[in-house]
Ligand binder design. Structure first.
Ligand code: ADP
Ligand code: MG
Length: 591
């Protein structure tokens, strides 16, 4: 750990490099050139000699990790720019939300520049590759770009494929990268003077406006806000970009809310109130598209996305069925009891859950994670978890049915636990009886139909159902690693957006729909590794363990959970809810 102190660092990584770099091992650019010239044509491992930090006058180049061969994962490099040199005005980064947006913007700018010069240096394997985190539509806190809130010091972390001919060093090409391409990328993207002031300010202002809407949700008793003019549908199922020519969102007058944003000024849109909200409408009229936008409204979106001003309660959790998942000692008794095999549903365990048990566990685990809002789409729910229709109730006795459907608990969830539900219902009318607000999507336009829906529902009374009385679910599960681990001996990798594998055990997160970026999975992987060695001691409950991890992340950042000698470049911050989701799906824990 030459530059960073590894896990448990108390300073931010960028502070440390200045101190150590200046005192001990900073070298000049000329020294780097000399090393490169000395090792040319030698065996590839000679590149290891380049590790270190080098003064490039207006920034420091740090070679943090050197790849073992030309086909291995590329080398890790970082660029550090002093706050005074970068020159960003403090009001762009003192507030956390503004800073995160600025970091995200700089990362995108830097990425654009890198792309232009990637593979311009040639050779075998990954020679000449220059790559940095690819950001999607959401603005996330990432290790790839960090700006210090006090000093304004800036760090960019990225990867460079050190060039080779076959398996020998081709340092002339690396010289081009470090002395021609990179300085150009840095000077074009990381200095305030090189950027468009107005655009940079707009980025930070948007973030502050989004944060303001978030705070207004709480104040006004709303679960979500969807601005008039928002573009909700995406270009395609595999693209996050806005659909061209889409019908823009327009709030029904009865649900319209007016906000006065600090920068944008007046903004109107639909306020979804706390309580039970039903979204209905014919097939293909835009229901799921609205719900999806609400799911992702826990994050802030970039300018031009169309969902910039779609903001949801940041604890909201999408609840869906997830056949096949594992469940470890979850108290699902409020939904399922008296199973024919006498299985204990207060500490329910299975390696292969059914649709209904998986959805019940997803609800209870989200409660444990502290959610204040459920987002549910009938399309992805288990029917027998959601409702039991009248005829079925007549034919099969209550006593013979282990499932208390969600409809019989939805009011209690709001009343007793303050958890609101936004539910897309295309086919089951029973929920009309429970809803506080009914929104119909009609050709992509929302219409409030609460009154008429309620009146109609009154003419179709529900058969009396008496759900069994319920005590508060128990959240007393303790988590323990299944054996003693050494962090440096654990292998972790991510499978895109789908899963995390730790020592070959896969954690399937395909259906944790509010994970948006593979870098969040990477961070969760590191977090689990860290937790298995330092947190899951068999004494802390799941809640206490996640509280501990979350506090660590908030106070010390992602650096706190990485035991490597340098901070990996590809990590993005997950939410508390997804930390829970991930721990809950890890089959190797003893709970
Ligand atoms: P539902 O859930 O009501 O069946 P979806 O939300 O799946 O409907 O939307 C159906 C289709 O309509 C999707 O292809 C979606 O991209 C498109 N769509 C949704 N909202 C809009 C809109 N505002 N403008 C244009 N097309 C839209
Ligand atoms: Mg749908």
């Amino acid at each position: 750990s030459r530059i960073y102190a590894g896990s448990g660092v108390s300073q931010t990584p960028n502070e440390i490099i200045w101190e150590k770099g200046e005192q001990e091992n900073m070298q000049s650019q000329t020294e780097l050139r000399n090393i490169l010239q000395r090792i040319d044509h030698r065996g590839y491992p000679a590149y290891k000699d380049t590790r270190g930090s080098y003064d490039f006058r207006n920034y420091i180049l740090s070679i943090d990790h050197v790849q073992g061969d030309p086909f291995a994962s590329p080398s890790k490099v970082s660029v550090h720019v002093r706050g005074a040199a970068a020159g960003f005005p403090a009001d762009l980064y003192q507030m956390k939300c503004r800073r995160t947006a600025l970091e995200d913007y700089l990362l995108r700018q830097f990425g654009r520049e890198l792309e232009k010069v990637s593979f311009k240096a040639k050779g075998s394997g990954k020679s000449g590759l220059l790559s940095v985190s690819r950001c999607g539509q959401e603005v996330l806190e990432r290790t790839a770009c960090q700006l210090d809130e006090k000093s304004g010091d800036l760090v960019l972390r990225f990867e460079v494929g050190f060039p080779a001919n076959g398996r020998t060093v081709n340092s002339r090409e690396l010289e081009k990268i470090f002395f021609e391409f990179l300085p150009q990328c840095v000077s074009r993207s990381l200095f305030y003077k090189a950027l468009d002031e107005k655009v940079v300010k707009a980025v930070a202002d948007l973030a502050e406006d989004q944060e303001f809407i978030r705070s207004q949700l709480k104040e006004r008793g709303l679960v979500a806000f969807v601005a008039d003019g928002a573009v909700l549908p995406r270009e395609s199922g595999v693209s996050g970009r806005p659909m061209k020519g889409a019908v823009r969102f327009e709030s029904p007058a009865s649900l319209s809310v007016e906000l006065e944003l600090p920068h944008h000024g007046k903004l109107t849109g639909m306020g979804i109130r706390r309580g039970i909200t039903l979204i209905v409408g014919g097939g293909y009229h835009g229901k799921s598209t609205l719900l999806k936008a609400l799911e992702l409204g826990v994050y802030s979106h970039i300018s031009g996305d169309g969902r910039e001003y779609v903001i949801t309660d940041d604890t909201a959790v999408k609840i869906r069925a997830e056949d096949g998942r594992s469940i470890q000692k979850v108290d699902i008794s409020m939904f399922i009891s008296n199973l024919p095999n006498k299985k204990d549903t207060k500490k329910f365990c299975t390696e292969d859950a059914s649709g209904s048990t998986s959805q019940a566990a997803n609800v209870v685990e989200a409660m444990e994670a502290g959610t204040q809002a459920f987002l549910i789409d009938e399309d992805t729910s288990a029917t027998n978890f959601m409702i039991r229709d009248e005829l079925m109730q007549r034919v099969v006795n209550r006593e013979d049915e282990p499932i208390t459907p969600f409809i019989d608990r939805i009011e209690e969830l709001y009343r007793e636990y303050g958890i609101s539900t936004v539910l897309v219902a295309g086919s089951s009318g029973s929920y009309f009886h429970k809803a506080d607000c009914v929104i119909q999507m009609n050709q992509y336009r929302p219409v409030e139909i609460t009154e008429s829906a309620k009146a109609e529902a009154e003419r179709f009374p529900m058969p009396p159902s008496q759900p069994p009385r319920q005590t508060k679910p128990q959240f007393a599960r303790c988590v323990k690693a299944d054996r003693a681990f050494r962090e440096d001996r654990m292998k972790m990798k991510t499978m895109g957006r789908d899963g995390i594998s730790i020592n070959r055990d896969t954690i399937d997160v395909r259906y944790v729909e509010q994970l948006v970026d593979s870098e969040q999975l990477a961070a969760l992987g590191y977090l689990l590794k860290y937790a298995q060695c330092h947190v899951f001691d068999g004494k802390k409950t799941m809640g206490q363990a996640v509280d501990y991890l979350e506090k660590l992340l908030v106070e010390k950042g992602l650096a706190a959970i990485c035991e490597s000698s340098y901070l990996p470049c590809g990590l993005a911050m997950p939410r508390r809810q997804e930390i829970f989701a991930c721990v809950n799906r890890y089959r190797k824990l003893m709970i």
